[in-house]
Design a protein around this ligand. Structure first.
Ligand SMILES: [Fe+2]
Length: 203
């Protein structure tokens, strides 16, 4: 007996994958990144970690609500992550500069805004991590005029590079009523390409 729970040996690969150069891989696979999210996951077979790179430009105006923490490591260029603090203070931009590391706490709605020609590594955790209970993710859209919550989609995240696309497509391809603010009547439009100046001027 080695103290490990039964069944572990089925999940452990016989041979660990070889190290690889991330930047070179990305350079060689431009087709792996498609708007609006631009994510590419590595180690898809891993049980305990979700690792992916995200390049710019993305075009997002949704906030992701994650029941687990997210680690951002900015490999190339500077980005802004707009957050809605859980203490109710106004939304604000967290600027992550090239080379910087930032941990987004669980449940904090966050909107990664990635300008063109930027690249970041993100580490997330399977939603079952440290818990028997599987927790749902959310994507929220807020009214740009009055900040009312217009729509929240809840979903069980299984594939980081597919699930977000699907939820977003459902929102944008759904009826216009679903994108219309009930408080002020403003219709949410698709986001344009983001420039860091937009965030630094606003925050
Ligand atoms: Fe509104």
């Amino acid at each position: 007996m080695d103290g490990r729970p039964g069944g572990w040996e089925r999940r452990v690969p016989m041979e660990p994958a070889a190290p690889f150069n991330v930047l070179k891989w990305i350079e060689d696979h431009p087709e792996a990144f498609t708007p609006p999210v631009m994510n590419k996951q590595f180690y898809k077979e891993a049980d305990d970690v979700i690792v992916f790179v995200s390049s710019g430009p993305n075009t997002r105006n949704d906030y992701h609500v994650n029941p687990t923490e997210e680690l951002f490591y900015q490999l190339k260029g500077d980005i802004a992550v707009k957050i809605r603090p859980l203490d109710g203070s106004p939304p604000r931009n967290v600027i992550i500069r090239e080379g910087e590391l930032w941990l987004c706490p669980r449940w904090v709605p966050h909107r990664p805004q990635r300008p063109a020609d930027t690249l970041g590594l993100i580490v997330e955790f399977p939603r079952t991590h440290n818990s028997e209970k599987v927790l749902d993710d959310g994507l929220r859209w807020y009214c740009e005029e009055c900040d009312e919550l217009v729509h929240e989609a809840s979903f069980r995240l299984a594939h980081i590079d597919k699930d977000l696309h699907e939820v977003m497509d459902n929102f944008w391809n759904g009826p216009v009523e679903g994108r219309t603010c009930k408080k002020c009547g403003t219709v949410i439009e698709r986001a344009g390409e983001f420039r860091l100046e937009d965030a630094t001027a606003a925050s």
